[in-house]
Design a protein around this ligand. Structure first.
Ligand code: DGJ
Length: 568
């Protein structure tokens, strides 16, 4: 038995407490792919406010609800037009209010810089920028028509945005010594619409000129190191891989919208770098930017062209090295696909916006178990209806208990020690198979409606103590199916924690020979505020189908600790 496996859960958690107590308070930062806040690994149990819900007075009545959802972090916009209504005159009253109220509610903040771009458009730039189209030009389409999007090819635009962002970060340095703000998003869903690229004269000139040497050098290096993104980008091009030759954008990347998109990605990245680095010079918080994803069949320009998308990772990394990571806003059903595409090439996974569905509660557990994500955050969190709110609150409660167990050192051996449990798609019929250590786990998903009270109380209880049995909670549809999934964490060679609901788990020994897998015991429990395991009940008999499986019933989140043995 390895040293790691011999550590009991209690000891593991006590070790965490000692580690935390001795750690120096420091600026939040990334270490080994994890977000470190106050010296400890931190998972953002987040929720993003809807766009016009970020002014402190308006937001104030919502804090009780945000707390009840078991959030530890609120993602809140900072509006350029409000903090710099007059050029060079900064008013941080809205930020001051957010900081005070977040602290009063024991909450952290991720600030979203609605600067030059918000969903491609430039609606949040101050009036003095909006009105002065000579000084702050907009993009032009191929017909020469202007769109309300600041052109990334104009130095004055980047300079004005950089000055404002730097002022924000300076304000945080001077007024947020306790690091209520843990991450900052630079801009929001950048990308050119409704065409693949800007057609301003500066843009046309740059497009017919050479691809910058810095980009070529970086792509060559990344291609040589076999970066997946670069290879995707260059696949099908005449000059592939480490031997990309110099030339114009069309010569290097081909005649077509792909080249135009790469061109925009580089320009957006360089602009964002100018803004981000100006902010970092004031305060070294981790910065990121987020992407609007691609609807199936859409072309660049139909979706925001040149945003921080997986096939453009290497362009963004070359152009914007001040960003700590790139993040997806996942509103689509193929959640696992997009999560996987952002959790690679050393990009820590953080989901600043997710669809506020019942499945969000499962997705949060999944990204922690599968990808050791930094955090998760449904959008328009303040108006989450039932039963979604109760599901999310219950899931975040489990994550609060489990976060101390997820440390980089768990993966040091190179062997995987946790996994997310989630169907790849609604059509998937086969059980998910997960290999952890010497065991194969088969996860079957049960989306049945929660049982009625008469069938044994497999229900969720709303924040208002209402009981959801498929009909009882406001907003619930009769017969609505409960989401299913969660995570598994390996505690020892033969010991696992499962967290989630709607799961039936069977096991097989991966060792050769005729060994069969048996349940030594199955225990439901909780971790208390000290990280110590508290027994709730032993599960056996009907609850384990007389020893044949482990079951986390539909409609009720729980943690089960399972010890296996082999027999023949
Ligand atoms: C994605 C944007 O980033 C958000 O600010 C918001 O507009 C949502 N879309 C709305 O669905």
């Amino acid at each position: 038995m390895s040293a790691y496996f011999s550590i009991s859960l209690g000891l593991l958690c006590s070790a965490m407490t000692v580690f935390a107590a001795s750690a120096e308070p420091s600026v939040p930062h990334l270490r080994e792919g994890q977000l470190i806040v106050d010296g400890r690994p931190f998972f953002v149990r987040g929720g993003e406010l809807s766009n016009s819900h970020g002014e402190p007075d308006y937001l104030r009545p919502s804090w009780a609800k945000l707390r009840a959802l078991n959030l530890n972090t609120v993602l809140a916009p900072v509006y350029w037009n409000l903090i710099e209504a007059e050029e060079g005159q900064f008013d941080f009253a809205t930020v001051e209010g957010l900081l005070a109220d977040a602290r009063a509610n024991d909450m952290r903040l991720v600030l979203l810089w609605f600067g030059s771009w918000k969903n491609s458009m430039s609606a949040y730039v101050p009036a003095w920028v909006k009105r002065d189209t000579m000084r702050f030009p907009r993009v032009l389409d191929s017909a020469g028509r202007a769109h309300e999007i600041l052109s990334p090819f104009v130095a004055a635009n980047a300079e004005a945005d950089s000055r404002a962002f730097a002022a924000l970060m300076r304000y945080l340095r001077e007024n947020d010594g306790e690091h209520t703000v843990i991450l900052v998003q630079v801009e929001n869903e950048i990308g050119m619409i409704p065409e693949p690229r800007d057609h301003r004269p500066e843009a046309d000139q740059a497009f017919s000129g050479p691809v910058p040497a810095a980009l070529l050098k970086s792509l060559r290096e990344r291609a040589a190191s076999d970066s997946l993104a670069t290879n995707q980008l260059l696949r099908g091009r005449a000059r592939v891989g480490a031997h990309i030759e110099e030339g114009t954008w069309a010569e290097v990347f081909g005649e077509g919208v792909e080249a135009e998109e790469i061109f925009m990605a580089w320009q957006f990245a360089c602009y964002t770098e100018q803004v981000a680095s100006a902010g970092l010079a004031e305060l070294a918080l981790p910065l990121y930017t987020n992407a609007a994803l691609i609807r199936p069949g859409y072309q660049p320009g139909q979706y925001p062209s040149g945003g921080p998308l997986p096939h453009l990772f290497d362009v963004w990394r070359a152009g914007a090295p001040s960003l700590s990571f790139l993040a997806p806003d996942i509103y689509f059903q193929n959640f696992t696909y997009w999560a996987r595409h952002y959790a690679r090439d050393a990009n820590p996974l953080f989901i600043p916006e997710a669809l506020r569905s019942n499945e969000a509660a499962i997705h949060a557990l999944y990204v922690l178990g599968e990808h050791r994500a930094i955090g998760f955050s449904p959008f328009a969190i303040e108006s989450t209806p039932e039963p979604t709110a109760s599901y999310l609150a219950a899931s975040y409660d489990l994550i609060r208990q489990l976060t101390p167990l997820f440390r980089p050192s768990h993966e040091k051996s190179g062997a995987r020690q946790s996994a997310g449990l989630l169907k790849e798609s609604a059509e998937t019929k086969q059980p998910q198979q997960v290999r952890l250590g010497n065991w194969t786990i088969y996860a079957h998903f049960e989306h049945t409606a929660p049982y009625s009270l008469g069938e044994g109380g497999a229900v969720i209880v709303g924040q208002d103590n209402s009981v959801f049995d498929g009909v009882g909670v406001a907003g619930a549809m009769p017969g609505q199916l409960s989401p299913a999934g969660g995570l598994v964490l390996m505690l020892g060679e033969d010991e696992f924690l499962f967290a989630g609901m709607g799961l039936t788990l069977t096991f097989a020994s991966a060792e050769t020979g005729a060994w069969q897998a048996g349940l030594l015991n199955v225990e439901e429990g909780r971790f208390d505020e000290h990280g110590d395991w508290q027994h709730v009940r032993w599960l056996n008999g009907d609850q384990t189908h007389q020893g044949r499986h482990v079951r986390l019933e539909p409609g009720r989140f729980c943690i089960q600790r399972v010890r296996l043995y082999r027999y023949r």
